[in-house]
Ligand binder design. Structure first.
Ligand SMILES: Cc1cc2nc3c(=O)[nH]c(=O)nc-3n(C[C@H](O)[C@H](O)[C@H](O)COP(=O)(O)O)c2cc1C
Length: 108
């Protein structure tokens, strides 16, 4: 049977705050938002993995509905959906070909 996102016992939806929003509507730009949230998601994935949990990053397009469904403020933008849970006993993992270290690390 084809797996679905809702099979996972937990779905983490990560939002990024593009700007700070005051109660009076004042906006202040946030810097390095993509970089910061990307690093945070990477650390979260590592922590989940080290805890023995399975997780993956899903980025449906468009994701605007997530903010509406979850009632998030206008200064938050959905970044990723991360289903999390213990792997099923009969789960199968695709044999993806990974780049070698020499293909991603250039020493000078
Ligand atoms: C930022 C990001 C977004 C992704 N979005 C999707 C997606 O929307 N749909 C999908 O099938 N895979 C998506 N992937 C790929 C999978 O989440 C996953 O990285 C891939 O299956 C390899 O998983 P593994 O590194 O745990 O083996 C995305 C990966 C990244 C890094």
């Amino acid at each position: 049977m084809k797996p679905h996102l809702t099979d996972a016992p937990a779905l983490i939806v990560v939002f990024q705050q593009r700007y700070w929003l005051g109660a009076d509507g004042e906006r202040r730009k946030h810097y390095y938002v993509d970089e910061s949230v990307g690093i945070a998601v990477g650390m979260l994935l590592s922590a989940l993995h080290l805890s023995g949990l399975a997780a993956l990053v899903h980025t449906p397009s468009p994701m605007r509905f997530l903010g509406e469904v979850l009632g998030r403020p206008v200064n938050e933008k959905a970044f990723a959906v991360i289903p999390v849970g213990y792997p099923a006993a009969d789960c199968r993992v695709p044999g993806l070909v990974r780049k070698s270290l020499g293909q991603v690390l250039f020493e000078v």
